[in-house]
Design a protein around this ligand. Structure first.
Ligand SMILES: Cc1ncc(COP(=O)(O)O)c(C=O)c1O
Length: 385
């Protein structure tokens, strides 16, 4: 029998399986949060396990206490908005795109952005229109004028990652108001991906301006640091949530362990988040200092409003993929631009900041030598994981 050729999904899975098997790996590539969790969060999870609460299913839309706490965290009123707890924000994005997008519908997104919802939209038959934002002229944000020029009656949904992953840029309140107005005028849903909201200096919810048509997605992976537990939510007006609740991918309730952790996290957020932001801020400053000393590297957005920073490598004439591969040889995972964009795939790398200072130190110390090591690789082929 001929040897089995691995399919791309198998290659990708093996790649990540190898990463989780490497106990020495420094995770600077997935915007995950590696700061030891609040004792109350650990306690809530241990109690859930000790009580063997996991024998039961959680309620289909989430534990009521958690649903209320999420609305409270966002400052949205419960008489107008409702929450559906999901297996991470990604399930919320999947569910929204697959519920409302169909054959030929237009889905407007930014480039760079987070590509998985584009794949979901395409799988539903939708057409993806990308608006480039990797440009200092628009301050690496979606300019309302650009959206207004693109949006039409054919636009079914607009996907706005804000703060933007990978750029760390954050839309202003005026821009959000304008974007919400454009979505309303086009009769389009506005999917406001707020995964990194808690790291932003100032963040404005589009739902305030366009309550009847905004789908807000929320994650506990980044600010609370429970990515592996899978907990997030979708928040929208009660009629829209009723539509989503009719046929959700997981009607048997999200992980009860994750929801117990999320409840404790929100109850202790006021003590916990400032520490996280302070560590991330110090790490950002350290990375900025390292970048400053290297010819050809720049920071498009600084400070970043996410728990990561994008470093432009265009001037150094190197391939982001080659630099990421070189870091992996040193047990450091960073992200290459091809994960976020095809057009801008040769422009940048991205590095996480909610990690121990020693990890960032190791990244910074290696940076000059590894940039020199991969010199001349700019045209190298991209491998997207
Ligand atoms: C922009 C964006 N949205 C959603 C997600 C998924 O978040 P979750 O872990 O809650 O599924 C990510 C994860 O990296 C992300 O970057």
């Amino acid at each position: 029998m001929a040897p089995l050729v691995k399919k791309p999904f198998e290659e990708r899975n093996l790649h990540f399986d190898r990463l989780i098997g490497n106990r020495k790996l420094k995770w600077l590539g997935q915007n995950t949060n590696h700061i030891p969790c609040h004792p109350a969060v650990r306690e809530a999870m241990l109690r859930c396990i000790a009580d063997e609460e996991f024998h039961i299913y959680a309620p289909p839309c989430g534990i009521e206490e958690l649903r209320e706490l999420i609305l409270e965290d966002l400052g949205l009123p419960g008489d107008e908005f409702a929450v559906l707890v999901t297996d991470g924000a990604i399930e919320a994005l999947y569910h929204a795109t697959r519920t409302w997008l169909g054959q030929g519908d237009e889905f407007i997104v930014t480039d760079p952005g987070w590509l998985w919802p584009h794949a979901f939209a395409k799988a539903a038959g939708a057409r993806v229109t990308t608006l480039p934002i990797y440009d200092p002229a628009c301050q690496y944000r979606l300019a309302p004028e650009a959206l207004a020029a693109a949006a039409s009656a054919e636009t079914k949904a607009i996907y706005l990652v804000d703060p933007n992953n990978p750029l760390g840029s954050c839309q202003t309140a005026d821009e959000i108001e304008a974007i919400a107005g454009i979505a309303r005028k086009a009769g389009a849903l506005l999917i406001h991906d707020c995964t990194y909201r808690h790291f932003a200096a100032n963040h404005t919810l589009a739902a305030r301006f366009y309550p009847e048509g905004t789908i807000t997605t929320y994650s506990f992976s980044k600010w609370l640091g429970i990515a592996g537990l899978r907990c997030g939510a979708v928040i929208a007006n009660r009629d829209l949530i009723e539509q989503l609740a009719a046929a959700p991918p997981n009607n048997l309730g999200s992980s009860i362990l994750a929801q117990r952790a999320a409840i404790a996290g929100l109850r202790h957020k006021a003590e916990w988040l400032p520490q996280v932001l302070s560590i991330a801020g110090a790490n950002q400053r350290r990375i900025a200092a390292a970048v400053e000393g290297i010819d050809g590297l720049t920071l498009p957005v600084y400070p970043s409003n996410g728990n990561f920073m994008t470093i432009d490598v265009t001037g150094a004439g190197i391939s982001p993929d080659a630099l990421a591969a070189a870091y992996l040889e040193h047990d450091i995972m960073i992200r290459q631009a091809s994960y976020h964009s095809r057009v801008f795939a040769d422009r940048f790398i991205k590095v996480g900041t909610t990690v121990p200072a020693e990890w960032v130190e190791d990244f910074c110390v290696l940076l000059p030598a590894l940039v020199a090591q991969v010199a001349g690789t700019r045209a190298a082929a991209a491998g997207v994981y």
